[in-house]
Design a protein around this ligand. Structure first.
Ligand code: COA
Length: 332
């Protein structure tokens, strides 16, 4: 019997470069409080957010992704045509088809396999797991993983529970072969019992076919999500550490999804992170950018010198679904 020939890849994969695109316009709390009967003080105290970046018409899911990817490629020293797979994590590419990834791949100048991942705020960490496994399995020499959102398109500026939280931006990483393990085992899953906790209000067809057509904005049961994340996500993060064989004392950076500084604090406390672990706080002036939040925070930590080459960083992300994913990675 003839057997199928396989071509496994290298033993290890790693993140080789991280890039970001932040929209030019900074929107402080003072600009949004009137529409939601809130205050700068309340927003900062409850979420940590002072300002966020909101894209203009020329800053699209595609353009922000392309700009972030170019930076990541340059930092990785990889040309676009060396990329074999483009994975885009997003919930705000508002075409049902085709994928954002195909347009991004084209703009970058590669004919790589390209597809989108829908795992909301956890999407980027899902993409990193996929990219890492692809490289090690031999199905991609190099993979480009992007987290991107233009949440301002689907956020109701008058909704007190979401208007101050969500924002726009893009982050990207290049994943490729490595002599040593650079991406630990992923711990991921879903808790679909809470499917309705964060969602768009209704299907597009209902929103546009109703008597008063409109965009199906994001709705969120904030308190329920807050309790779920504060209670459950430290356990997932700990499992990712355990599976990578890394203790909190060996960890250098903690880069959680930038959902709320109080959730980050609760996770850090539950994990027992020592003061030597540097914690990402990008939310303060970036808001919650869903799939883009972890790569944006990662890029910021590298730019600020808080994440240095060879450091061990714990990534953990969670969001609509409810879905989650975590892994330990080496900083490029
Ligand atoms: N401005 C001012 N006051 C507000 C407000 C706003 N935007 N939104 C709610 N409030 C008020 C409420 O009316 C309530 O007042 P009351 O006590 O007099 O009844 C009080 O603040 C508490 O409301 P609650 O909804 O329980 O707030 P909270 O403490 O849960 O904080 C969030 C709200 C959204 C900041 C918080 O729930 C949260 O961060 N949740 C998780 C969000 C998240 O992580 N999302 C992303 C996951 S991907």
């Amino acid at each position: 019997m003839t057997t199928i020939t396989t071509a496994p890849g290298p033993a290890h994969a790693a993140i080789l470069g991280v890039g970001a695109y932040r929209p030019a316009r900074l929107v402080p709390n003072s600009e949004i409080v009137d529409a939601i009967d809130s205050t700068d003080e309340w927003i900062q105290q409850r979420s940590g957010i002072k300002t966020r970046r909101i894209a203009d018409d020329s800053e699209t899911v595609i353009s922000m992704s392309v700009d972030a990817s170019r930076v990541a490629l340059e930092r990785a020293g990889i040309a676009a045509d060396q990329i074999d797979c483009v994975i885009v994590a997003t919930v705000s590419h508002l075409l049902q088809m085709p994928s954002a990834a195909t347009a991004i791949a084209h703009e970058l100048g590669t004919k790589a396999a390209a597809f989108d991942v829908s795992a909301a705020c956890a999407g980027f960490c899902h993409g990193v797991a996929l990219g890492s496994d692809m490289v090690r399995a031999g199905s991609a020499g190099y993979a480009l993983v992007i987290g991107v959102e233009k949440l301002s398109d689907i956020t109701d500026p008058t909704d007190r529970g979401t208007a101050f939280i969500f924002a726009d931006g893009a982050g990207a990483v290049v994943i490729g072969p490595s002599d040593t393990p650079g991406i630990g085992p992923v711990v991921w899953g879903s808790d679909g019992e809470h499917y309705d906790h964060i969602r768009t209000r209704e299907p597009w067809v209902d929103a546009l076919g109703s008597d008063e057509p409109g965009i199906p904005f994001i709705t969120m049961k904030g308190s329920e999500v807050f309790r779920w994340a504060s209670y459950s996500m430290a356990k997932i993060a700990q499992e990712a550490l355990d599976r990578a064989g890394v203790t909190v004392d060996q960890l250098d950076c903690f880069i959680p999804h930038q959902a709320n500084n109080r959730i980050t604090d609760a996770m850090a406390r539950s994990l027992g992170l020592p003061p030597t672990v540097r914690i990402a706080r990008d939310i303060v002036d970036a808001g919650n950018t869903s799939a883009a939040s972890v790569p944006l925070a990662f890029e910021r930590m590298i730019a600020d010198g808080d994440a240095r080459p060879g450091d061990l960083a714990l990534l953990v992300a969670f969001g609509a679904g409810l879905s989650y994913a975590a892994q330990v990675v080496t900083v490029p």
